[in-house]
Design a protein. Sequence first.
Length: 128
Amino acid sequence: MYCKVYFLPIFVEKFGTKMNVENVKSQMRKGVLEYCILLLLKTEASYSSDIILKLHEARLMVVEGTLYPLLMRLKNSGLLSYQWVESPQGPPRKYYGLTDAGSAFLKELETSWQELNDTIGHIKNNLI
């Protein structure tokens, strides 16, 4: 039995699907963003600007317009809490931290991430 193998240009031509590598990379980053934020908040509460700075240091570019709705969604899901802290410069700042539910959720994500990482490593090292 033979299997037809389509190369991407033929696939695109035949099925009208256009694969955009930047779109796929963007989806991958969005897929891990919640995990990265929870990891950053695992040991200490942080101000939103500090979260953005730490993500940038890790080369994960995030803007406030992406971060704030995500923080609010995590808070509304019971994974994060926040507290207002007086600032020596300007108004009080909202510091986000993990709740107990957030810590449990992060633990599950860490397990899932390790399983996914192991799977990809296995494919890269043994099947390619």
